[in-house]
Design a protein around this ligand. Structure first.
Ligand code: SF4
Length: 334
């Protein structure tokens, strides 16, 4: 199967009228330089030189609510990207936006320029969470936009956040199940964190908001991943992109940020699989065979699963087999 590569073009939405409590709009609209339509060609050419052959390549307008741009400006960006689709050098265009910035005329415009995938940042399907997070859209907006996007033949992506104000485990699980029912083909899972300068920082200092611990975020995400995998939804990302500001802690006030978040989640998924399989076995000296793509997750982030098994008295040897499917496992006497 061919691999995908995105050429990301970050266009944060200027002067966004919304007030999502977790978002630092000033940083988005102030300090970063925003590529204009004239810059698209340079960005795409630069990336095309570095992408290996035989990839399915998309130009991806990320970073804001693309369809909230003035129509003329949106069309200028699309025209630049479309030249690459027409020439066959790129196979499609994808973009991210808000559910309330989707309507029939926008979708017709996106169809004209052969946009393939629309990702909606929905964050939650719980009314209270949306309201307390200042999202400015309703659950109905999410349902209507998802329906229209699929009806027009676009691939639908729905992104969610966990641990927003008013959220709890059951509500996050419900959001994940709703994402499956709404027909998404891909998703991203982001734990809410407290960024400097946001309303959430104020809530946090006033004691009105407590972020999830890293352990909670990993546990919730582990269960959410299983819902998406059962629903056949591709998980494009779990955990925030480790920007320099987050890694150095410059803009991070509190919350479950970790550069290896996905590894931690996968470690927990494998811990459950190993527990189940080893419970069927009564010897302690075992060889565990798993897929070569999963072996580092099975061993665990910083060897967590291996060390846990050692501490329980197991003498374990992990072996990889490229023929194994994702969660396939074989345990035998070593
Ligand atoms: S996250 Fe919310 S406030 Fe921030 S740019 Fe997007 S819609 Fe606007």
């Amino acid at each position: 199967m061919k691999k995908h590569s995105n050429i990301p073009i970050f266009i944060p939405e200027l002067a966004c009228p919304h007030q999502c409590v977790f978002c630092d709009q000033q940083k988005i609209s102030g300090t970063h330089s925003i590529p204009g339509p004239d810059d698209v060609k340079d960005i795409v050419e630069r990336h095309l030189k570095t992408i290996p052959e035989n990839r399915i390549i998309s130009i991806a307008f990320f970073g804001g609510s693309f369809t909230g741009l003035p129509v003329d400006l949106m069309e200028q960006y699309l025209k630049e990207a479309f030249m690459y689709v027409k020439s066959g050098r790129v196979s499609g265009i994808r973009l991210s936006t808000r559910p309330d910035y989707i309507n029939k005329s926008v979708l017709e415009l996106l169809k004209k320029y052969r946009v393939t995938t629309i990702e909606l940042g929905i964050q939650s399907t719980n009314r209270e969470v949306l309201q307390r997070s200042g999202r400015g859209h309703t659950v109905d907006h999410i349902k209507d936009a998802s329906y229209l996007i699929s009806k027009y033949g676009f691939e639908l992506g729905l992104q969610m956040m966990i641990g927003l104000p008013g959220d709890n485990y059951e509500r996050s699980i419900q959001t994940a199940s709703d994402i499956v029912s709404l027909g998404a083909v891909n998703t991203r899972i982001y734990p809410a964190i407290v960024i400097k300068g946001t309303t959430l920082e104020k809530f946090y200092h006033e004691g009105e908001y407590t972020p999830l611990t890293l352990k909670q975020a990993v546990e919730w995400t582990k269960d959410i991943v299983q819902i998406f995998e059962t629903g056949n939804i591709a998980i494009i990302r779990m955990g925030l992109h480790p920007s320099e500001e987050l890694i150095t802690g410059k803009s991070l006030i509190a919350g479950p940020f970790h550069a290896s978040f996905k590894e931690m989640v996968m470690t927990q998924i494998w811990k459950e699989i190993l527990d189940t399989e080893l419970n069927k076995f009564n010897t302690r000296k075992v060889k565990i065979t798993v897929s070569n793509k999963q072996i580092h997750y099975a061993i665990g982030y910083r060897q967590a699963n291996r060390e846990l098994l050692n501490s329980r008295g197991y003498n374990v040897r992990f072996v990889s087999n490229p023929g194994f499917s994702k969660y396939q496992i074989n345990v035998c006497n070593n």
